[in-house]
Design a protein around this ligand. Structure first.
Ligand SMILES: *Cc1c(COP(=O)(O)O)cnc(C)c1O
Length: 456
């Protein structure tokens, strides 16, 4: 007979733990109930444990659960568009606009001039088309949705073949693979060329009366180098035009300005230049190098954009008012800053930060650690753009190298992750580093405080 006398009661334990984590009481109670039921089973199977062990175990699991609640963190990884850390942060103006629209009513689908129903996203679509120097544009929930929607729009039961180079059958991340996305849209993938080389004649040879479109996919997270070839964009565009077949490019990131002007990184193709090369529709993400909210932008030939918007699936992936507000603010920022250096957008600011600025901020943080059991150094390191953009593009940055004398690096990293706000650094070659490029200057104080507390 197992001894259940050490099992605390759900109510008592929930009450005791409610003070330890700031979660709604029913969540704590439910959690404790499930955890104690599991302990009851373990005791039944012969495991032995006293009340203290059980309570400690439940509390530790509860803390893990509480830490999974979505919350702000300080990104000291130096990766600008960190998929796990929420990709692009929004600028303050966009965040303010978001607050205003979010907490009130808006003219989302209301024409303020005639008082009748208005066109959703009409202003944004015009602004996007102007920025991208093209005929028309629209936005949906993310780039993956934009791709599926575009494919669904352009294929039909009679014409469902989509031609893609074997060098572009990309897995984007999170299991998002181009061949599978194509299939799920009802398209039939027609692969052409070889992994390293695809010629114009490969595309030409694959065209049939069942061809719906030619799809280009930007190799946004890997490089193809060496014995490689692909047709010039203008040649491929001419071939597509000659056969009346739409040419679509999934660009992934889509920096709308030359980000290589801001930092020593490889050139990231812009939607503008892709469209100039004769692509009919370009697709890219809103929350990668554009620096806006999660969104998928579709731009190009107005007849095709109109078809995309007319496809019933569009309704399932359209943006809500919050995203539309933020995206509108972001696109206006770009349009206003035309001819100037760059709009005030966090990822672009981070990209352009001079090392001197990072040096003086790093020194200030180091000063705050005086007298603590730690060795510090300010070291040269690299930053990445990340988020499946420009894989080779490590560029110079500075990091604080923190070596506690009284604990291991993993312990320090763990303590910083449980700070409020959490600080996310990384261990590289047995060194714990905090890369300051992705830390907002306004977070330097919190970073120093978290370090002080973690090291004590
Ligand atoms: C990132 C990426 C996507 C997916 O974008 P989401 O906005 O995350 O849906 C699609 N295609 C390419 C080439 C990408 O780099």
């Amino acid at each position: 007979m197992p001894d259940f006398s050490q099992l605390p009661s759900v109510e008592k334990l929930a009450l005791a733990l409610a003070d330890e984590v700031t979660l709604p009481r029913p969540l704590v109670t439910g959690f404790v109930k499930r955890a104690l039921a599991q302990w009851r089973e373990r005791l039944e199977q012969g495991e032995e444990a006293d009340r203290g062990t059980i309570e400690g175990d439940v509390l530790s699991d509860l803390r893990t659960f509480a830490s999974s609640r979505l919350q702000p963190v300080i990104n000291a990884t130096g990766v600008l568009i960190h998929t796990n850390l929420g990709r692009s942060p929004l600028g303050q103006r966009a965040a303010n606009a978001l607050g205003e629209v979010a907490t009130g009513y808006s003219n989302l689908e209301f024409n303020l001039l005639d008082g009748k129903r208005g066109r959703r996203a009409g202003y944004l679509e015009t602004a996007l088309a102007v920025l991208l120097e093209t005929e028309a544009a629209t936005a949906v929930n993310n780039c993956a949705a934009a791709l599926v929607l575009t494919l669904r729009t352009l294929i039909s039961p009679e014409k469902n073949e989509v031609i893609v180079s074997r060098g572009e059958l990309v897995e984007i991340g999170g299991g998002f693979r181009i061949p599978e996305v194509l299939e799920s849209s009802g398209a039939r993938l027609v692969e052409v060329g070889a992994t390293n080389k695809t010629h114009l004649k490969d595309y030409a040879g694959a065209l049939t009366e069942r061809t719906a479109l030619i799809l280009k996919v930007h190799r946004s997270n890997f490089y193809l180098e060496g014995f490689t070839a692909e047709p010039a964009p203008s040649e491929l565009a001419a071939l597509a035009r000659e056969h009346g077949i739409p040419l679509v490019e999934d660009l992934g990131s889509g920096a709308v300005m030359n980000t290589d002007d801001l930092a020593p990184i490889d050139h990231e193709p812009t939607p503008q230049e892709v469209l100039r090369n004769g692509i009919d529709l370009v697709i890219f993400s809103g929350d990668k190098l554009l620096g806006g909210p999660q969104a998928g932008i579709i731009a190009g030939c107005s007849a095709l954009v109109a078809r995309v918007k007319g496809e019933p699936f569009f309704r399932a992936v359209r943006c809500d008012k919050l995203i539309l507000t933020v995206l509108q603010e972001c696109i206006d920022d770009y349009l206003r800053s035309r001819g100037e250096e760059r709009p005030d957008i966090p990822v672009l600011n981070f990209l352009a930060l001079p090392l001197d600025d990072l040096q003086s901020r790093a020194e200030a943080v180091v000063t705050e650690l005086d007298g603590l059991p730690v060795r510090t150094a300010i070291v040269e390191t690299t930053s990445q753009t990340g988020g499946g953009t420009m894989p080779r593009a490590g560029f110079p940055s500075l990091a604080l190298e923190i070596t506690p004398t009284g604990m291991g690096l993993e312990k320090l990293a763990g303590r910083l992750r449980s700070a409020d706000p959490a600080v996310i650094g990384y261990v590289h070659e047995d060194k714990f580093l905090l890369n300051l490029r992705t830390v907002f200057p306004s977070q330097d104080k919190a970073l120093a405080n978290a370090l002080r507390k973690a090291l004590q």
